[in-house]
Each structure stands twice: as C-alpha cells, then as structure tokens.
Design a protein around this ligand. Structure first.
Ligand SMILES: [Zn+2]
Length: 109
C-alpha cells in the first residue's frame, strides 16, 4: 500500500463505492447519494477526504424509511472496511459519522 499514488487510490475507491452500493441493495437496503467530491473545499472538517475524492456520504433507506442513526449503517460499515485495508467507516470515528465512507490517505479518512 505504501507508495500508492493518490490517483490510484481514488480509482480503487470509486470501484469499492460501487461494490458497497450493490451489496447494500442485495441486502434489501436502498441508498441515495450524499456528498461525494467537494470541489469548493468547504463545508466539511479541515482536511476532509471529500476534498480529495476519497470520501462518499450515503443516505440509507430500508422499507421506505430513511435511517438516520449512525448504528443503522453498521452493516454497510463492516462490509466497507472488508473491501480494502485502507477503507474507513465514519461510524468508527469519535464523531460517529455513520453515513461517511472513506479511504485513508496521509493519516486522514
Ligand atoms: Zn462524509
């Protein structure tokens, strides 16, 4: 993993987001997109991976209900971290950001 370029990780990240989405639907969930790449560089915490194309927020639905609790996203988080050793799930952060799926880059996720 060491020495991988940001561009390489960004391309792996995109494929893994697709896998996560497909997996979630296979489990009976539905999703809408939250924030992905943020070109403006504002609105997230400092050094957010949304500014470097390594973070995706997803809104989770089951049985037509929008699930907002961080813990509701745990099955997706577990699957997400299983896809790549650098994947991080926001529900594991102190901020309990359950809808945030990202990839570690220079100590940031
Ligand atoms: Zn996020």
């Amino acid at each position: 993993m060491l020495g991988m370029r940001l561009s390489e990780l960004q391309r792996i990240f995109t494929l893994n987001v697709a896998k996560l989405i497909q997996w979630a639907y296979d489990q009976g969930y539905e999703l809408t997109f939250g924030e992905s790449f943020n070109a403006a560089g504002t609105g997230h915490m400092k050094n957010s991976n949304h500014y470097i194309r390594l973070a995706q927020d997803l809104n989770l639905f089951k049985d037509n209900e929008y699930l907002t609790k961080s813990d509701s996203y745990k099955p997706l988080g577990s699957f997400w971290v299983s896809l790549h050793p650098l994947n991080r799930w926001g529900g594991d952060f102190k901020s309990k950001d359950g809808n945030h799926f990202s990839m570690l880059w220079e100590g940031r996720a």
